[in-house]
Design a protein around this ligand. Sequence first.
Ligand code: GLN
Length: 456
Amino acid sequence: MGRGTIEKLGAIQQGELSATENVQQALDRIKKLDKKIKAFIELNPNALAEAEAVDCKLKRGEHMGKLAGLTIGIKSNINVKGLRATCASRTLENYVSPYDAEVIRRVRDAGGIIVGMNNMDEFACGSSGETSSFGPTDNPVAPGHIPGGSSSGSAAAIAAGMCDICLGTDTGGAIRNPASHCGVVGIRPTQGLVPAHGLIELAVSFDQIGPLAPDVYGAALMLETIAGHNPKECTSLDSPSVNYSDKLGIGIENIRVGTSSKFSELTDSAVMGVIDGAVEKLHDLGAEVVEVELPNLEKSLSAYYVIMFAEFFSATRKFDGRKYGRRIEEVCGDEVLRRITCGDYISRKDQHDRHYKRALQVRTLMRREFGEALNKVDVIVGPTVPKLPHQLGTKLSPAEMYAYDYLTSPINLAGICAGTVKAGEASGIPVGLQVQGKVLGEETVLRVMRALEAVK
Ligand code: GLN
């Protein structure tokens, strides 16, 4: 994976590596590897020119942002002016963004150089990266297996060393799941911490933009760049800004770490073995490990799907062919169509109490259960994904595919934060530990993730 984020930034700041060289190296690597991996849908034709502008500023000794000279990949459901936000769908195949999303504005202000738009599951509907209309992404560290999804290209780009940091989105696990399968770091921030302006939504009440990076420092750096209030969004949290990357060295001696027997009930033993080993390491580092109760955890999955179907159905009504070219039902893939059909059905007046209302009750339950558990501990740790990634092209039923989200979707229902960091490998495939935190508990989550990363 090459050098870490701190070393890379240091080399750029010392003038040992120019931003232009860094971008050129990323483009060379993409050219060499991406025909097979398919992590990118489109490259930024101005990336080198933008890097030269950063180099000029660096030479003049101007004050530079936190990401100065780093190469950034963006999931294709985030608007980047002049590039296509296709959502990996034929529906938006020709949609060129006329504006920058708020997070993109912040990335550019910090000196980050966008190298291109990452591949993904169509409209972020999936857990495998296989539903993209641009073809499936391969897993660079477990070739022939799915990289996970829906931020498939973002995780694969990091794992293959094609860029320094990526932005993905997480509605039911789409940052943490591919981070786990590709052995990289990913954070799903607290609902509302990162502005959603400019994100093409899957399910607006669950969506969050967040970072994927090769190490915890890179993820922390990106998170502090994009987090923070956007007064133009009524759902944006007005929380104090935190320099997460400064807090990573602090040990975890006083941290209380929760585990739950529920996780092992829902998880394959090969995955659980790796996770148990990671919990042991946290204990050895001085954390106090405590059992917590999450009695209804498994109910979250169906509630997530019901609410997401309803919100996604509503979100897709604008793709009626008048403004963006194509009517979604006419050109989308099977999974997107399934969700539109289910969402249409669930949203009918006579169905409301049967599905949607009950799903909202489970959402309240999840909030309460995680809230109560997190009153007793600082973080809860467990597996990210209950099973190892399947081989590309294996036929899975929708229910089997949805089962990948058993352990990630509860966090989206509860509206809290969680990150994934590599815990080890099973059969040569990475397994990520999920560290789940309180509302705005990112600082502690990142510290625990860093502690585990440092002992590897
Ligand atoms: N796998 C989940 C789904 O298919 C979550 C995807 C996401 O977070 N975008 O909906």
